[in-house]
Design a protein around this ligand. Structure first.
Ligand code: PHE
Length: 343
């Protein structure tokens, strides 16, 4: 076959080539545009062509070369597009959607927010303090000096390389932070995590949450405290909630009390959780001891106040009838999922 015919056959082949995938495209590239393409050797033949046809042959070769390059560029984009389309088809828009797993808020967070909400409505602001606390804020300022027996009730974890630092045993330490940095009138609640060296059981844990309350102003009385706590109990446990205050002892309040809420005695569980009395202990409270005010630089002749502290897990256990405190800390989704949509 003469050389003209051979090159024309290649041109026809290039025109007809229609690869549809990456592999076909690569074959085309190697055959017509790669360094070892089939057009190249014909350039060496130019000198063997009769002189009067040489020019025409050269033009034909250039035409073949250019055509191959242009076609390759065109094919590249059409193959890429075809690939995109087939991927889009693999994505079935009519298939049912993956269900979106709704998270739930932690029961402790739910109850904590409710308590904050209840006290915010009567003008209490939220205050915070550190969980790794110094001895002064946790004990000494709170009228619990070094050898005071009350420290045994709140045995805790000390920081090994700094014995003056410890994990706070109660949110009462925030009282000291607030009183040393703010002037009365003071009206705060302080929610947060606390720690105690307790043997872990269904009723006790080495970590739990508390909400502290503190109100200091001129002329604040025990009656103010009782009314505030009654308001809280009714918001938390319903408009018919009943409370009672029992005398108690805390180093940082005088007089001190424990507050119970009436739970009822309808069934066996009621008997068990109220120890047969129908009453449930909810919080500790009392009038802020003048020593505490003076420790924190507040004039105890001019100002009085009350404080209270309650455990949040305790309230959550009551609200949601949870019988084991450890469930709050185990992150078991079967437990936590049950609080979806809870308020
Ligand atoms: N801090 C006490 C506790 O942890 C509770 C309390 C707070 C009592 C404020 C009286 C006043 O048990």
């Amino acid at each position: 076959m003469d050389l003209f015919k051979q090159v024309e056959a290649l041109i026809a082949e290039i025109r007809e080539a229609q690869p549809t995938d990456a592999e076909g495209l690569e074959q085309f590239r190697r055959r017509f545009v790669g360094t070892k393409n089939v057009i190249k050797p014909f350039f060496a033949e130019i000198r063997n062509i009769e002189a009067d046809k040489r020019k025409a042959f050269g033009q034909l070769l250039n035409e073949a070369k250019q055509l191959a390059e242009q076609k390759f560029e065109m094919l590249k984009s059409s193959v890429a597009q075809a690939q995109e389309e087939s991927e889009a088809q693999a994505f079935d828009l009519t298939a049912p959607a993956e269900p979106i797993e709704l998270g739930a808020r932690h029961p402790v967070a739910i109850v904590m927010d409710r308590i904050i909400d209840i006290f915010s409505r009567i003008g209490f602001a939220v205050a915070e303090g550190p969980e790794i606390e110094d001895d002064w804020h946790n004990f000494t300022a709170m009228n619990t000096p070094e050898d005071h027996p009350a420290r045994d009730m709140q045995d805790t974890y000390y920081v090994m390389n700094d014995p003056g630092m410890l994990l706070r045993t109660h949110t009462s330490s925030v009282q000291a932070h607030v009183m040393t940095t703010q002037k009365p009138p003071i009206r705060i609640i302080a929610p947060g995590r606390v720690y105690r060296n307790e043997t872990i059981s269904a009723r006790a844990h080495c970590q739990f949450h508390q909400v502290e309350g503190l109100y200091i102003d001129e002329g604040v009385s025990f009656a103010d405290m009782k009314q505030t706590l009654l308001y809280f109990a009714r918001q938390m446990y319903g408009p018919d909630a009943r409370i009672r205050l029992r005398p108690s002892f805390f180093p940082f309040t005088e007089p001190s009390a424990e507050m119970d809420v009436y739970w009822g005695l309808k069934d066996e569980t009621d008997y068990r959780i109220t120890k047969g009395t129908g009453w449930l202990e909810i919080l500790g409270c009392g009038m802020v001891d003048p020593n505490v005010l003076e420790n924190c630089g507040i004039d105890s002749k001019r100002y009085t106040g009350f404080a209270f502290g309650m455990g949040i897990e305790r309230q959550a256990m009551l609200q949601y009838r949870v019988s084991d405190i450890r469930l709050f800390f185990e992150n078991d989704l079967r437990f936590l999922k049950q609080f979806r949509g809870a308020l």
